[in-house]
Design a protein around this ligand. Structure first.
Ligand code: SF4
Length: 411
C-alpha cells in the first residue's frame, strides 16, 4: 500500500508554535533566546572555527554523515530565526531534513539567500498555506492503478519504489510521502504493480521514482530493473534521480556496470542552479553518459533561486557541456507550504522569451506546467504569432522583427 498522506489539510499551529511565531515579531528577543540555547550563530569574535566538510567520502559514508536534525543544521550553518523555526517544524511534522555533507558544502554558511541552501534548509514559510496549494498537486493518489504505481498518460507509468532521498528538497512535489520512513519497497510488494504493467502492453515507458531510486543499494536496484525488464512490453526505463546533484559519489563504476545491463535506461536528473555543477557532479554525469545512459535534466523554476535568465543560461550551458540535455523547465507544482518558492506563470514565459535565440537549441528546455490534479503537462510558449491572413502568418522573431510566412497553395 502507498504510504498514507502525512498532511491532509493546512497545518494547525500548536500553542508552542504560536508562541514562537509571536516571538518572531520581536526577532531580537528570539535571537537572544536562541543564542542562549546555542542554536544560532554567536557574534564573529565568539564563533568557533568551522569543521571542514568532506566532499570525498564514499556515498554510504555521505548518507551516514548527513545532517538530519536541527542541532546538526545549526552547527553547520548560521541559521536565521526563520530557518531555525522552519527546521524545528520540519523535525516535528512535514518533510524531514536530510542534507549530505557534500551538498551542505555547497551551501553558503553565512548567507541564507544562497541558492543551494534555500533548496535544502527549511523555513517557517513552509507552515503557510496560500491559494492553490495542494497536498498532492499532481493527483497521484487518484491516479494510482496498483500499489505504488501511478498512471496519468496512455503509454507510461510512474513507479514509486522508495520514500528515501539523499537530500530532501523543500519544494518536493511528493513531500506528502517522501521521507516517511518506509524505505525501499520490496520486489514482493511491487508484484501487483508489475502484474498491472504486464496486463497493459500499451505501457512502454516506466519511470522509476520515489523518493530517489539511486539512494537504494545497487543490488536492490539491479533486481528491480531486472524485474521490470522481464515484462516484454516495456521498452524504456527512466530513473528519476537527484543523486548526481546531491550525492554524485553515488555514481560509481559498479553502479554504472549494474545498470547498463538493463538498457535502454534513461537518467532524468534535476539540477536547479549552476552552483550545483561542480567537478564531482560533472564527473557523475560523465560516468553516466560514458555508460550509454542518455541524461536529461528537469529544472524547477524557483523564486529567488533560479528565476533569472542569466542564472538559467549559465545552468543550461553548463549542463550541455557535461553532456546533459536540458529537457524541462518546470513551473513549480503548487505543493502545500511552498508558496514562497513559486513564481507566477508569466515569469517563466518571460525567461524563456529572453533565452530563445540567445541559447543554442540543444540547451533550451521546454517550459512546462504540470496541471494541478494530474491532468497532464502543458508546454508554455511566448506568443510568437502576431498576425494571421489568408494563407499567411506573421511571426515575431527573437530579435523582435515581424516576418510573414506564406503557406504553399492548397491543391
Ligand atoms: S530528490 Fe526528488 S523526490 Fe527527493 S525530495 Fe528532492 S525532489 Fe523530492
Amino acid at each position: 500500500m502507498a504510504a498514507a498522506p502525512r498532511r491532509l489539510g493546512p497545518p494547525t499551529p500548536t500553542p508552542a508554535t504560536e508562541a514562537r511565531m509571536a516571538a518572531l515579531v520581536s526577532p531580537s528577543s528570539l535571537v537572544r533566546e536562541l543564542r542562549e540555547r546555542r542554536l544560532v550563530t554567536q557574534p564573529k569574535a565568539a564563533r568557533p572555527p568551522r569543521a571542514p566538510v568532506s566532499r570525498s567520502r564514499t556515498w554510504q559514508e555521505q548518507l551516514r554523515g548527513s545532517v538530519r536534525s536541527v542541532e546538526q543544521l545549526a552547527r553547520a550553518l548560521e541559521l536565521t530565526p526563520e530557518e531555525l523555526e522552519g527546521a524545528r517544524r520540519a523535525e516535528r511534522e512535514g518533510l524531514p531534513i536530510a542534507i549530505t555533507p557534500y551538498y551542505l558544502s555547497l551551501c553558503d554558511r553565512h548567507d541564507a539567500t544562497c541558492p543551494v541552501r534555500q533548496q535544502c534548509v527549511p523555513r517557517i514559510d513552509e507552515a503557510k498555506e496560500v491559494p492553490g496549494d495542494l497536498v498532492d498537486p499532481l493527483g497521484e493518489v487518484d491516479h494510482e492503478v496498483a500499489p505504488h504505481l501511478v498512471r496519468r498518460y496512455p503509454d507510461r507509468v510512474l513507479l514509486l519504489a522508495t520514500d528515501r532521498c539523499a537530500v530532501y528538497c523543500r519544494f518536493c512535489t511528493r513531500s506528502r510521502i517522501v521521507g516517511d520512513g518506509g524505505g525501499p519497497v520490496s520486489i514482493e510488494r511491487l508484484e501487483p504493480a508489475f502484474a498491472w504493467i504486464a496486463a497493459h502492453p500499451e505501457i512502454r515507458d516506466i519511470i522509476v521514482s520515489g523518493g530517489d531510486p539511486l539512494a537504494m543499494a545497487t543490488e536492490r536496484l539491479d533486481r528491480l530493473l531486472g524485474r521490470i525488464r522481464a515484462i516484454p512490453s516495456v521498452e524504456t526505463i527512466r530513473l528519476a534521480t537527484r543523486v548526481p546533484v546531491t550525492l554524485p559519489m553515488r555514481i560509481t563504476t559498479e553502479l554504472v556496470r549494474a545498470l547498463r545491463k538493463h538498457h535502454p535506461v534513461w537518467v532524468m536528473t534535476h539540477f536547479n542552479h549552476p552552483k550545483e555543477l561542480t567537478p564531482e557532479s560533472i564527473a557523475a554525469c560523465t560516468r553516466l553518459a560514458d555508460g550509454g545512459f542518455p541524461v536529461m535534466n528537469q529544472t524547477v523554476l524557483l523564486a529567488g533561486i533560479n528565476d533569472d535568465p542569466d542564472v538559467l543560461e549559465a545552468l543550461f550551458r553548463g549542463l550541455v557541456r557535461a553532456r546533459v540535455r536540458p529537457y524541462y523547465l518546470l513551473q513549480a507544482d503548487p505543493v502545500l507550504g511552498t508558496g514562497h518558492l513559486r513564481t507566477p506563470l508569466a515569469k517563466g514565459v518571460a525567461i524563456l522569451e529572453r533565452l530563445q535565440g540567445r541559447l543554442t537549441g540543444i540547451a533550451l528546455p521546454k517550459l512546462i506546467c504540470d496541471t494541478p490534479g494530474g491532468k497532464g503537462k502543458v508546454p508554455l510558449l511566448p506568443d510568437y504569432v502576431v498576425g494571421r491572413g489568408e494563407g499567411t502568418t506573421t511571426l515575431r522573431t527573437f530579435r523582435g522583427e515581424d516576418v510573414t510566412y506564406v503557406d504553399p497553395p492548397i491543391s
